[in-house]
Design a protein around this ligand. Structure first.
Ligand code: ADP
Ligand code: MG
Length: 658
């Protein structure tokens, strides 16, 4: 027998679990049963796709037994699935592989309030959750195709042990792993004093019905029942076995016979989420292709959605046989928050994962699924907008709910949807009806006042031809930007874009319908501000001497120095050239360890401002240098950029103040 230490993160997780951060202990059974079902799925798949498993005999089932004596309370879940060898046991029941999960555990381990916020409820705590109810767990297991039997044991504190069992050992015989061709795992949970109630027929039946009814394999509950004579006296007992789940694939049932509650329960079994989904859409397609899809949008963004090894939540089935859930391509990456099921009647069962990637049938299903989801999201937004048009006090409950739903959607999923603007060219138009933005007009949806492109257009001034936006890192900063002054004066609305991807995504979009999208922090976005051309020319001529002085003082730190048409209160601002990458992009590249492209800003000067006017008459080189320095640095600061030499700025400032 060998003893091993748990990986640090497993220890952290165990501590969190045992100190009952998780408010609902019952879910451990769901987790253990879902693992049993996964193990059966895996074996099923291998027997149809891998020649070396062709001869493995399968009898997919889950058996639950319990021992309820004065001395011991034991609950055991046994499956006839893939089983585990020694390496599997070490990899699967001793470590946590996914970096997203690790990072998440670190975060809640440090968060003193994690218990109340129920953060841990946001992800499936998995196998280890069984330590909420058990003081000791034994896993007796035999991998399909192998004749070795192992026992894994732990009390959930720091370490676990693994030993090989002989086929003639008592435990091997107890679970039938002594038989040739046997395989699977038995999870034996020795219940702790606070969890004795789980060694009971009624409790188990209730939990399976509630959480695991739609597991696709039969779940049998073994129990003993007393026998009685005519007078009601106990005369003996008999062993009984009942199937306690309906084992029907919920998604195959017709929509009309399913209630919202059925959909919600099923969502919880496949997602490990403890909250109801925000939205679901169930489709049966018939005709050239026959398939079923059932998709869910969660209420909260998956905690590890932005991690590189994020696992998508969509499972692929063929004729109800599970094929894979690690195909990242089932839905495009920007829809990675969607969970659910795709079940095809037309794909061959023995399809390999490689072949799947270029499969025409699957391609068509994916395309249709994306279209369906996008049209649902669009409708969700339209419903909310319609409801919002109703006077606040007069809204029906349904209208209120549709606004609330949409606000949640935008809050959690607007950011990935924006990725779609960039990555899903074919659906760009549809997606641009779904994404929402902050704006200088604040009549949008919800607390956060979101607006759509369509809304923006409906409010546009009749003479206005472009949609204006400003990009940066901080919303408050952007709202205070001097660049907005002239647009405000004209009554032109400006979209406020503070997401780090806006600078990449929005310029690539270029247009919404017939309207050009123009960044006010770029050159070429001031054409519409209605400046008299002759007068502008005159002003530019008059500005030339000052312009030359500033240009000379700043040298190659700026791409150009120009007279601004849009500043009224502030002395200066910076913009980037029309075709240069944004300052935001530059920052992102640096954050990724790249040198950046060296984007130089264009400095726009307010010719009417007193500080600028003061340059007209002076020839004092050091004063010109200081004023120029301050004009550039303050504009950079306000734009959210970092100063390369803050001390130069302070020096210049002090010199001017003196
Ligand atoms: P998850 O199911 O999300 O992978 P769990 O913590 O529930 O995480 O389980 C960890 C791993 O242990 C599983 O991925 C699987 O490889 C293995 N495992 C757990 N239970 C079983 C089982 N009954 N049969 C085979 N493997 C299992
Ligand atoms: Mg699991």
């Amino acid at each position: 027998m060998a003893t091993y230490q748990f990986q640090t993160e497993v220890n952290q997780l165990l501590k969190l679990i045992i100190h009952s951060m998780y408010s609902n202990k019952d879910i451990f059974l769901r987790e253990i049963v879902s693992n049993a079902s996964d193990a059966l799925d895996k074996l099923n798949y291998l027997t149809v796709s891998d020649a070396s498993y062709k001869n493995v005999k399968t009898d997919p089932r889950i058996d639950i037994t319990f021992e309820d004596s004065d001395k011991v309370k034991i609950l055991t879940v046994k499956d006839s699935g893939i089983g585990m060898d020694e390496a599997d046991l070490n990899n699967n029941l001793g470590t946590i592989a996914r970096s997203g999960t690790k990072a998440f555990i670190e975060r809640i381990a440090e968060d003193k309030n994690a218990g109340e916020s129920n953060l841990i409820g946001q992800f499936g705590v998995g196998f280890y959750s069984a330590f909420m109810a058990a003081k000791e767990i034994n896993v007796i297991t035999r991998k399909a195709g192998s004749d070795k039997i192992f026992k894994w044991t732990s009390d959930g504190t720091n370490s676990y042990s693994i030993e090989e069992l002989g086929a003639d050992s008592e435990l091997a015989k107890k679970y039938g792993f002594d038989a040739a061709d046997s395989h699977g795992s038995a999870i034996e949970m020795h219940l702790n004093d606070d969890s004795k109630e789980y060694a009971s027929r009624w409790k188990i039946e209730e939990l399976i019905k509630r959480y695991s009814d739609h597991i696709a394999f039969p779940i049998y509950l073994h129990y003993t029942q007393n026998k009685y004579d005519d007078k009601g006296n106990v005369t003996g007992s008999e062993n009984k076995i009942d199937q306690v789940n309906s084992a029907s694939a919920l998604w195959k049932r017709s929509k009309s016979e399913l209630k919202a509650e059925d959909y919600n329960d099923f969502y919880k079994t496949i997602s490990h989420d403890s909250t109801d989904p925000l939205h679901y859409v169930h489709t049966h397609a018939e005709g050239t292709q026959e398939y079923t899809t059932l998709f869910y949008v969660p209420q909260n963004a998956p905690f590890d959605m932005y991690q590189a090894d994020y696992q998508s939540g969509v499972k692929l089935y063929v004729k109800r046989v599970f094929i894979t859930d690690d195909d990242r391509e089932l839905l495009p990456s920007y829809l990675r928050f969607v969970r659910g099921i795709i079940d095809s009647e037309d794909l061959p069962l023995n399809v390999s994962r490689e072949i799947l990637q270029q499969n025409r049938i699957l391609d068509a299903i994916k395309k249709a699924s994306v279209k369906k989801l996008l049209s649902e999201f669009k409708k969700m937004g339209e419903d909310a907008d319609k409801a919002r048009a109703v006077e606040e006090g007069k809204r029906t409950d349904e209208e209120k709910a549709s606004i609330e739903k949409w606000v949640k959607f935008v809050k959690n999923f607007n950011r990935p949807m924006k990725e779609g603007l960039y990555s899903d060219y074919a659906n760009r138009e549809e997606i641009s009806e779904i994404v929402r933005f902050k704006s200088t007009d604040e009549s949008g949806t919800g607390d956060d006042k979101w607006t759509s492109f369509a809304d923006y257009v409906s409010r546009m001034k009749s003479e206005q031809k472009s949609i204006y936006y400003i990009t940066g890192t901080d919303e408050a900063n952007l709202r205070a930007s001097p660049l907005l002054e002239a647009y405000k004066k004209k009554g032109f609305e400006v979209l406020i874009m503070a997401d780090d991807i806006d600078d990449i995504v929005i310029p690539s979009l270029m247009k919404y319908k017939d309207y050009d999208l123009k960044a006010v922090n770029r050159a070429g976005s001031d054409d519409e501000l209605g400046v008299d051309k002759d007068e502008a020319k005159k002003k530019e001529e008059a500005f030339k001497p000052v312009q030359e002085k500033i240009k000379k003082a700043l040298g190659d730190r700026v791409k150009d120095v120009v007279l601004s048409k849009r500043l009224s209160d502030s002395p200066s601002c910076v913009v980037v050239d029309e075709n240069d990458p944004g300052l935001q992009m530059e920052r992102m590249m640096k954050a990724m360890g790249q040198t950046g492209i060296g984007v130089k800003p264009i400095l726009e000067i307010n010719g009417d401002h007193a500080i600028v006017k003061s340059l007209e008459s002076t020839t004092d080189e050091s004063r010109i240098a200081n004023v120029s320095e301050v004009l550039l640095d303050q504009a950079l600061l306000i734009s959210g950029a970092e100063l390369k030499n803050p001390n130069e700025f302070v020096k210049a400032m002090n010199a001017l103040l003196a």
